[in-house]
Design a protein around this ligand. Structure first.
Ligand SMILES: *[C@@H]1O[C@H](CO)[C@@H](O)[C@H](O)[C@H]1NC(C)=O
Ligand SMILES: *[C@@H]1O[C@H](CO)[C@@H](O)[C@H](O)[C@H]1NC(C)=O
Ligand SMILES: *[C@@H]1O[C@H](CO)[C@@H](O)[C@H](O)[C@H]1NC(C)=O
Ligand SMILES: *[C@@H]1O[C@H](CO)[C@@H](O)[C@H](O)[C@H]1NC(C)=O
Ligand SMILES: *[C@@H]1O[C@H](CO)[C@@H](O)[C@H](O)[C@H]1NC(C)=O
Length: 495
């Protein structure tokens, strides 16, 4: 979800790291293709990815190894340079709590003067890339580890190095479009906006100042939806990709909740806790809003989507509060991209779909063969909300908001036939749950803007667009059969 939902690329790297596909000699014998290796994503995301990357192979890197300071150096043969060595040193150049590292890479014996190798370097917290033309020693800086968790990870498992294995031109083109989104230079906001304009037809018109609304929290109620769009930094990049694959114009979501005393809180899945893990958090409104206003470096754009009065009347505050409290502090699945965890999830996800327990990948492959199924067919088995994974019940950002709605009774009487994990952020804001009479919107809503939006944008320089907002009534098994694809995202009715 980023959504902060994931992270298609991160996911591909992680899967590449763990799947037996890395071993090229075995690849030919396996009964599936890399394109099939996406069951970790809700199907609505995985299908578009399969279809949209013209050649998904172009973006599937080969794992060459991992290097950590304790392990000496790593040597391998590349596509262009035949002799390559890498080693990692820790440093503390910035005087930060956890320090950083320098990755040294020495490439030599190029097979021609014009070839080049493209590498991707990854930790579970950072994905980045570089390319080498010249035989010599190169260095790559990890200025600061993001937290203790990343430092510990790199100490024990190292920085993973991937070689892009496809033809150079295709790879470069693919990377050119996508990777500036993740870079830490000043222009990545521009690349996020450029990408979304080009690939989604988003318009990014500037709103008149002020770009912050003077909210009165008395006008905010339990169940009001927060649609958030981040366009800068690491989350900006992940969100941009996610928006593109899912067709959503927001990349993150949260929900307003009131406690028994009437105090306003925000329930958010994908909140960084002190250990640097993404968890579900229930935060006081003031603390949350203060963070978004002053500390969030992703240039967040935020819209408040107030519930329709009928839905508000139906909303069971006590039940939603109880649900949110129960989930508070639980992990946020789709960002939990630690490789070991991902491998685990992948096995579990397949076990759940097959109705088996504890089978590892080779056994799963045998089982799938025996049943005459393909991975593609497995993907079409919808995720069930009551599947409990070994880390406990977890939810992605929008699944968490929709589960809260489910707990509050908004999907009644068809609640039991709605699988919220099948719904994307776009589906969520398309639900006909929200205020449709603009004269009932809070007075401060869109204050000062010369364009009347059907929802309240409360933060951001660019006007938010939510095409399809408030247009779709929920129906049983909604979205369990929807193949919506970029760039049109057409969605057959009743899929
Ligand atoms: C880096 O330096 C700072 C300031 O000297 C210190 O507080 C911090 O603990 C150091 N970090 C590491 C990982 O050594
Ligand atoms: C360190 O080396 C061992 C043995 O070669 C290997 O199994 C392990 O994966 C390496 N760890 C890293 C971080 O490279
Ligand atoms: C915000 O609104 C309140 C009343 O609704 C007003 O007292 C206050 O001055 C406003 N603040 C700004 C910065 O406009
Ligand atoms: C708003 O929604 C209600 C209930 O869904 C409907 O009866 C009403 O006609 C709608 N009003 C407008 C202005 O669309
Ligand atoms: C919209 O709300 C206003 C104020 O509550 C009401 O007077 C008006 O009739 C409503 N319009 C529609 C189309 O429901």
């Amino acid at each position: 979800m980023a959504s902060r939902q994931p992270f298609v690329l991160r996911l591909l790297f992680v899967l590449a790291l763990f799947s037996p596909l890395n071993t090229r000699s075995r690849a030919a014998k396996l009964p599936f293709y890399p394109e099939d290796v996406l069951p970790l994503l809700p199907r609505q995301l995985s299908w578009p990815i399969l279809n949209a990357l013209r050649r998904p192979l172009d973006l599937l890197p080969a794992f060459v190894g991992a290097t950590s300071p304790s392990n000496g150096s790593l040597a391998w043969k590349g596509a262009c340079f035949y002799d390559n060595i890498a080693w990692l040193e820790f440093h503390n150049n910035t005087g930060s709590e956890f320090g950083g590292g320098t990755l040294h890479i020495k490439v030599s014996k190029a097979h021609s003067w014009t070839c080049m190798d493209i590498y991707v370097f990854a930790t579970p917290y950072c994905v980045t890339w570089d390319y080498y033309f010249l035989s010599r020693e190169h260095t790559f800086e990890f200025k600061e580890w993001e937290g203790k968790a990343e430092l510990e990870y790199v100490k024990s498992r190292g920085v993973s190095i991937f070689l892009m294995q496809a033809g150079m031109l295709g790879t470069l083109q693919a990377l050119w479009d996508v990777f500036p989104l993740f870079s830490n230079t000043g222009w990545e906001e521009k690349s996020n906006i450029g990408f979304l304009k080009k690939h989604m037809g988003a318009s990014f018109e500037q709103c008149p100042q002020p770009w912050v609304t003077n909210i009165s929290i008395d006008d905010i109620h339990s169940g009001d939806f927060l649609a958030i769009s981040k366009i800068r930094g690491r989350w900006g990049g992940f969100e941009t990709l996610e928006k593109w694959v899912s067709g959503a114009y927001a990349g993150h979501t949260a929900v307003c909740l009131k406690d028994f005393a009437g105090k306003l809180w925000v329930g958010e899945s994908g909140h960084d806790n002190e250990q640097g893990e993404d968890v579900i958090a229930v935060l006081p409104w003031d603390k949350w809003w203060e963070f978004e206003l002053n500390k969030d470096d992703s240039n967040p754009h935020i819209a408040l989507l107030p519930l329709h009065p009928d839905m508000r009347a139906k909303f069971n505050e006590a039940a939603s509060w109880e649900y949110a409290q129960r989930m508070n502090g639980k992990p946020y699945v789709w960002n939990q991209m630690q490789p070991a965890y991902a491998a685990n999830m992948w096995n579990e996800a397949l076990n759940k779909r097959l109705g088996t327990e504890g089978l590892d990948l080779p056994d799963l492959l045998v089982e799938i063969e025996m049943r005459g199924l393909s991975f593609a067919e497995l993907l079409t088995i919808p995720e069930q909300d009551n599947w409990v994974y070994s880390d406990g019940k977890s939810a992605s950002c929008v699944a968490f908001v929709l589960e809260t709605y489910k707990a509050a009774g908004l999907f009644d009487p068809i609640s039991s036939s709605i699988q919220v994990t099948e719904l994307t952020i776009k589906d969520a804001y398309s639900l006909r749950f929200f205020e449709n009479n603009s004269s009932r919107l809070p007075k401060w809503c869109n204050d000062g803007d010369n364009v009347e939006l059907p929802f309240c944008q409360i933060l951001g320089r660019y006007r938010m667009e939510l095409p399809g907002y408030n247009t779709m009534d929920p129906y049983p098994h909604m979205n369990e059969r929807c193949p919506s694809l970029p760039p049109k995202y057409s969605r057959p009715s009743n899929c």
